[in-house]
Design a protein around this ligand. Sequence first.
Ligand SMILES: [Zn+2]
Length: 222
Amino acid sequence: MVRYAGIEGGGTTWRVAIAEGDPRNIIARETFDTRGPEETLQDIVDWLKANGPFDAMGVATFGPVDPNPNSEYYGYITNTPKKLWNFADVLGTFKRAFPGVPAAFDTDVNAPALAEFSFNAAEGDTSCMYVTVGTGVGVGLVINSKTVHGLVHPEGGHLKLPRRPQDINGAFDCSCSFHGDCVEGICASGALAAFKVGPGVQAMKPRRGAYPYSTLTLISQP
Ligand SMILES: [Zn+2]
């Protein structure tokens, strides 16, 4: 039975799993705290070697990433504010550790978008948008059954979104340091925590309970 390895990178944790037969049939999983790339990725490689073998692997990570297979930096996390991860060769690390194993690579929002599309789309559907709201707001897109890449990643969090009149004049400050009003500045966890009117809202903690079957779909979908 075909076995898949799925790897999902986040700013707080990295998750890894092995599935058998169907990407949703996870038979082993582990979570590692995010430290520097060398030690974090080595922990994952060691875990995969102990829990393998597997036939294909999918890697999805926080960005920005280079998803262009023709680029010299394909599979890297690129210019990220997480300084330790600046130009970390994520995909290359796994390809070197598991030579010959086919590997797919995408962002941590495109992978779940593809998962939603793959497993929940209705007959005839061709597109899907995935929105995740946490410390930021991320958007992944599937158009014509494929995740969207291009010059830059699709942007949704920093679209302009005017505040309601009653939320202006000190009632509610947009939490984005770049924009006066935007989706992330109004809807992400920091913004909700800063909301000064209505029922109290506590800042959301990073989600720790989810596992990367979405990543696994990267490798079960051509
Ligand atoms: Zn913004």
